[in-house]
Design a binder for this molecule. Structure first.
Ligand code: CA
Length: 648
């Protein structure tokens, strides 16, 4: 075995046959004793060190592990070591590396030492009864960062909750504790979203957990894949605390009507010298032809998901989060680096365990650069979406860029901020670029969005392209109009709608494009701004509420595109689209988007039409205003009409 750590050897069928291992790995404890098993087929020697604390205190014992089958090493004892901490010393080719257990379920501060844990003891009260709300036919996904949610003082969160999992459990929070204007969970309930997608909540490396308030990061730098992040817990030193507090947060979100999606980064690790690398050097990583770490992630390394033990690792990890933490779905970071066998197997396993489509899987169908995957590997990028499980969704950059301009090119504009709208592109956006119009199989696969944590917020992009003074913190009415128009287009698309937390109140990061390690103050949800721009918030609320009444917009089938009866350019910079809305409250929907600076006259098709949305309000459908024959669409605004079922 010595020296056999080469790419060709790890890619070979011989390696897989000799060393693929399917039985449990990690630490298992109980009345009968404790057993540790780690997979390290290239190691000459493995030792375990036991500690009574997760940091500082020296090891109490060091024990050499014995060899098990298929490249595993094990140590078992009659002692119940619950609550003990441990790490491994793995010797490969004469080099000894100290590492936490990659299969650990708990750890000490900063994830440097693993912890033996009895998971049943981490369950909060009522956990056995915790149940996600019923899956709604339409899913509206809201992307939220744990710390952003409760950091701003105006949100009214108490000091102990600021930036923590526990803030997600609090109800009755109000702006500056005024008792009137809801923030936090109550605000989200009012908004009407169905799924909360949390930015990374597994243990990541870029924030020092001993000084959690002084650091900030989005968390795309995984260290322990199967353990919650410590800086979001009230005590990162005790391994059970972060587990219990995350479970409490998930239970609270479920109780208040939200499903919870977890953002997972299985495509790369914080650093190449990760627990995975230290136990089996190079096995979990792609190497280029010169032996260097492949860097398609742009983060210094790429995980080799196509290798069987790596696939096992990722699959098992994702399924563990669902089983142990009741997670309702996954957003895969840079899914374009992961292979189809992995993604299909995960969707299939979730479907068979929990019901078809019950747990969501979607991701970014791209990568930062080329990757050195094993030859013949099909990667889940934009070009592969029609070849993978049709339930695996992907973010749609085409609608995003058509509406507001390209994200890479700062000055690039789209429909709403100085570009032109065309009926042809509008039709494709509405159809979710599915079937013949694009890379998606059906609009079910299409995650439609205008902004996410990456790049400028929608507001900042609009300000940058529309306001010469670049007043990001302002609330100028022309920017608000463009924002409303953009949102109206987004919520009229048949794909699954997604938006970045705060997009609905004109969230700004002051023009900072990539705020992954900016301060919490730059990233936080500014709850006073949410109140200040409440008209915009209500516009999003109205669009969401209307959408839930329109089967034509919710259709996710391969036939969805055939509901588009016609799309037509009107004048210079205005387009209209007519959609079959059977079997809804309105027979057809007429959606007109005027991106120009002049009002547009429009002759209406025959019948009596109800105004559902205009440039000011997305709640017009509550007012029963009807029009016939013709109408006017104001500059930079949307007009959505619904035709009454029978001509009354
Ligand atoms: Ca951490």
């Amino acid at each position: 075995m010595e020296g056999k750590t080469s790419k060709a050897w790890f890619d070979s069928g011989e390696f897989e046959e000799s060393y693929h291992y399917d039985e449990p790995l990690g630490a298992f404890s109980g009345e009968q004793g404790t057993c540790f098993r780690v997979w390290a087929p290239t190691a000459q020697q493995v030792a375990i060190r036991l500690y009574q604390a997760g940091n500082d205190a020296p090891a109490i014992e060091k024990i050499f592990l014995g060899k098990g089958s298929k490249g595993t090493w094990l140590y078992s004892t009659t002692r119940n070591l619950d609550g003990w901490y441990y790490d491994y010393e793995v010797t490969v080719d004469g080099v000894t590396r100290c590492t936490p257990d990659p299969y650990a379920k708990a750890c000490g501060v900063n994830g440097q030492r693993s912890m033996v844990i009895d998971l049943a003891g981490t369950n909060p009260e009522g956990w056995e009864e915790d149940k996600a709300p019923e899956l709604t036919p339409e899913q509206v996904i809201y992307e939220l960062h744990v710390k952003d949610f409760s950091w701003d003082l105006s949100g009214g969160f108490g000091g102990a909750d600021r930036g923590k999992f526990t803030a997600l459990c609090r109800t009755g929070m109000t702006l500056h504790n005024d008792g009137v204007h809801p923030t936090g969970l109550d605000y989200l309930k009012r908004l009407g979203v169905t799924h909360i997608q949390l930015l990374p909540i597994y243990d990541y490396g870029s924030v020092d957990e001993t000084r959690p308030d002084s650091g900030y990061n989005w968390g795309y730098d995984p260290v322990n894949y199967n353990i919650p992040e410590g800086s979001y817990s009230s005590n990162p030193y005790r391994g059970e605390v972060r587990i219990r507090e995350l479970k409490q947060a998930i239970a609270a979100l479920h109780k208040h009507g939200f499903r919870v999606i977890m953002d997972v980064v299985y495509n790369h690790t914080y650093e190449l010298e990760s627990p995975l690398f230290k136990t089996v050097p190079w096995y979990y990583y792609r190497q280029d032809s010169s032996g260097k770490a492949s860097n398609g992630s742009g983060c210094g390394n790429d995980i080799a998901s196509e290798r069987s033990m790596c696939r096992r690792y990722i699959l098992e990890s994702a399924l563990y989060w669902v089983e142990e933490y009741h997670i309702d779905g996954f957003r895969f970071d840079l899914m374009g680096l992961l292979d189809d066998t992995l993604m299909n197997s995960l969707q299939k396993e979730l479907d068979s365990r929990y019901g078809v489509g019950e747990k969501l899987v979607y991701g970014e169908p791209w990568r930062a650069d080329k990757t050195a995957a094993r030859e013949g590997t099909l990667l889940c990028d934009k070009g592969s979406l029609k070849r993978i499980d049709p339930k695996i969704g992907a973010f749609c950059d085409d609608t995003r860029d058509a509406v507001k301009g390209n994200v890479m090119n700062e000055g690039s504009v789209g429909f709403v901020n100085g570009g032109r709208i065309s009926a042809d592109t509008l039709r494709k956006c509405v159809a979710g670029w599915a079937g013949e119009s694009g890379p998606f199989r059906t609009p079910y696969q299409t995650i439609t969005y205008l902004s996410c944590h990456d790049d400028w917020t929608l507001w900042d992009k609009l300000v940058y392209t529309m306001d010469q003074s670049k007043n990001f913190r302002g609330s100028a009415s022309n920017i608000q109009k463009a924002n409303r128009l953009a949102a109206a287009i987004n919520f009229c698309c048949q794909g699954r709608p997604f938006f970045l937390a705060g997009e609905e109140f004109g969230r700004t990061k002051g023009g900072i494009k990539n705020s992954y390690c900016s301060s919490a103050e730059v990233n936080q949800l500014d709850w006073s701004r949410a109140w200040q721009n409440r008209g915009l918030v209500d516009y999003y609320r109205g669009l969401i509420a209307l959408r839930l009444q329109c089967p034509g917009l919710q259709d996710k089938t391969a036939q969805a595109a055939s509901r588009i009866l016609w799309a037509s350019d009107i004048g210079h910079n205005c387009a209209a689209l007519c959609l079959d809305n059977q079997h809804g409250k309105w027979e057809t929907l007429l959606m007109v988007f005027n991106c120009g600076e002049q009002p547009q006259q429009l002759s209406l098709p025959e019948g009596k039409w109800q105004v559902l949305v205009d440039g000011d309000s997305a709640f017009q459908w509550k007012l029963h205003i009807s029009v016939r024959e013709s109408c006017t669409v104001m500059p930079k605004s949307a007009l959505i009409l619904g035709k009454f079922l029978s001509d009354q």
